[in-house]
Design a protein around this ligand. Structure first.
Ligand SMILES: CC(C)(COP(=O)(O)OP(=O)(O)OC[C@H]1O[C@@H](n2cnc3c(N)ncnc32)[C@H](O)[C@@H]1OP(=O)(O)O)[C@@H](O)C(=O)NCCC(=O)NCCS
Length: 253
């Protein structure tokens, strides 16, 4: 069976600007629900993968269309420094580095923020990757969703002609850092060498690795070709698209 046949990529950008559309509201809530169930399955009670930045971030989601509607089955969010400025929000990656109290992480992130401001280049942070627990047994589909998680990073990078640095944080228990590193993310490194892995207070003490990239490798660029038509047929939910096509999604029940 062609796994891709029933999959649709959805990019939902800045919910605060499109919250008036009922079908968007439903999709946003379903995406938050995916995150809650994905994390609930792996972390102790109390860990919450949702915060205020979900309202202003861009969400990259893979939806299953088997039942005639868009059911989010994999997703993550990408938040740019520019979106944070626009909404008077602080850059959450810096907050995380401050929370773990690591001067080396703080210094590298602050200098990337200054560089982005001075050179008008893009800086962003991707986080909260998850796959719906119901599908974890379907190895082929999970492999496709892992591919898409990386491929959508490449599409995100390609959206801008200006230089773009993407930061992310990989949870080591699930070997997410290995996937990131395979495709061109590099562990944060300063003059003293690679920065140590940290314990995230937001994830109940989970060990995480900070990584970044300004260019993905050939391996990812090659993989991207395989998913090009899925990307070309994506649904974009943002203020530009929805102003002209308010009925893009099926009506909310
Ligand atoms: C990250 C995520 C999407 C990966 O999903 P997946 O590709 O289906 O993989 P799994 O979670 O089943 O497992 C990934 C690896 O971690 C290992 N693993 C999973 N749970 C584990 C546990 N409780 N203890 C130790 N290892 C574990 C698995 O054995 C697997 O290793 P393998 O590749 O050698 O077989 C999924 O783990 C998830 O949604 N986690 C919760 C949210 C999260 O932490 N996101 C990461 C943010 S960077």
């Amino acid at each position: 069976m062609d796994i891709l046949k029933n999959l649709k990529l959805v990019v939902l950008d800045d919910f605060t600007k499109i919250s008036m559309f009922p079908s968007v509201r439903k999709f946003f809530i379903d995406t938050m629900d995916l995150k809650l169930s994905g994390y609930r399955d792996k972390y102790p009670q109390g860990v919450v993968p949702i915060d205020g930045t979900d309202f202003i971030a861009r969400h990259y989601v893979v939806a299953d269309t088997t039942k005639g509607e868009l059911k989010p089955i994999m997703g993550y969010r990408a938040l740019s420094l520019q979106q944070c400025y626009e909404h008077f929000w602080s850059f959450p990656l810096l907050g995380l580095a401050q929370m773990v109290n690591s001067p080396r992480h703080i210094s590298l992130i602050q200098s990337a923020m200054n560089h982005s401001k001075d050179k008008r280049s893009k800086l962003s942070y991707t986080s909260c990757f998850t796959i719906t627990p119901d599908l974890r047994g379907n190895k082929d589909l999970v492999k496709t969703l892992q591919d898409l998680m990386m491929v959508m990073h490449q599409f995100y990078m390609m959206e801008d002609t200006n230089p773009h640095e993407i930061f992310t944080v990989g949870v080591m228990r699930f070997k997410v850092h290995e996937t990131f590193e395979k495709f061109g993310f590099i562990p944060l490194t300063d003059a003293e060498g690679q920065l140590p892995d940290m314990i995230s207070p937001y994830l109940a003490g989970e060990k995480v690795r900070f990584l970044s990239t300004t260019k993905f490798n050939e391996r990812l660029i090659e993989l991207t070709q395989k998913y090009m038509s899925l990307w070309d047929n994506r649904i974009i939910l943002d203020s530009n698209t929805l102003d002209s096509k308010p009925t893009l999604l099926p009506k909310a029940a």
